[in-house]
Design a protein around this ligand. Structure first.
Ligand SMILES: C[S@@+](CC[C@H](N)C(=O)[O-])C[C@H]1O[C@@H](n2cnc3c(N)ncnc32)[C@H](O)[C@@H]1O
Length: 255
């Protein structure tokens, strides 16, 4: 199987397993949440204000998983579309739509090759979706193609520092560099999926090459009272209280 097809198959299998172990069960809680929060330690959107007023906007989430972010955006008056590669994740999203009485399109597709027209969205979001699991040169190009002029791209991914400090055999980030930054880009985990991580300089290069202007890079720390995440063991709350666990990028397409 060529590399790209093999990565898709591995990631789809991984997320089918994660759905059965965690995300399906957690979806009800995530859909019921009263406010949008970002990342493993729930930094409130009201503190960061990266999304702005979304009422009336056409929004696509690339790698929506169980689509709880889409649900929050729909409640705020946006018209979201949730796109994901993994049928099990979308099945959970569909079940939650019925339970919560919210309807929006769910598309099963690869975020590197989106079957939707150019310039059809005002906002593209990705919360640990395409932003981690897709080849940056390809999904950012798709995001730029899907955006209308001046449209915005907001995405969350692991911080560069956390990625450099996580052991190759997985487990929590340590307090030392365990991986050369030159070895970033395609990162494979034993028994896991295929992730893509760039340095900050490389993200800026890819964004600019696709006509996107960086507005902000928020480096997310865990709040003082944060507890370790119950399922994802990337960083502890203690680690993330000292170093940023996640990078939240905000950019817009040139008018
Ligand atoms: C961590 S979840 C993101 C959803 C949610 N925001 C969350 O944090 O749980 C990652 C999602 O990316 C999806 N994904 C992985 N590769 C993808 C691809 N090539 N195209 C679209 N979605 C993809 C997976 O199926 C999975 O549902």
């Amino acid at each position: 199987m060529p590399d790209a097809a093999a990565a898709l198959a591995r990631n789809r299998s991984l997320w089918t397993i994660v759905n059965s172990e965690f995300t399906d069960e957690d979806a009800h809680r995530a859909w019921a949440a009263e406010e949008i929060t970002w990342g493993l330690f729930g930094v409130p959107e009201s503190d960061l204000r990266v999304l702005g007023d979304v009422a009336g906007l056409d929004v696509i989430e690339l790698g929506c998983g169980t689509a709880y972010l889409c649900a929050q955006l729909a409640r705020q008056g946006a018209r979201p579309v949730g796109l994901d590669l993994t049928p099990a994740q979308l099945a959970t999203a569909g079940r939650c739509q019925e339970r919560f009485g919210l309807a929006f399109p769910l598309v099963e597709a690869d975020a590197e090759d989106v079957p939707l027209p150019d310039a059809s969205f005002d906002l593209v979001v990705s919360e640990y979706g395409a932003s981690v699991w897709c080849e940056p040169e390809r999904w950012v190009a798709e995001a730029a193609r899907l955006l209308r002029p001046s449209g915005r791209l907001v995405f969350l991914t692991n911080s560069v520092l956390a990625t450099l400090c996580v052991p190759e055999a997985e487990g929590h980030a340590e307090e030392r560099l365990l991986r050369p930054q030159r070895a970033l880009h395609r990162v494979e985990w034993p028994g896991g999926g295929v992730e893509f991580h760039l340095s900050h300089g490389d993200w800026i290069r890819v964004l600019r090459a696709n006509g996107l202007v960086v507005e902000a890079l928020h480096e997310l720390y865990a709040p003082a009272d944060a507890e370790n995440h119950g399922y994802y063991d990337i960083v502890t709350a203690q680690w993330a209280g000292q170093w940023p666990a996640e990078d939240l990028w905000v950019a817009h397409l040139t008018p």
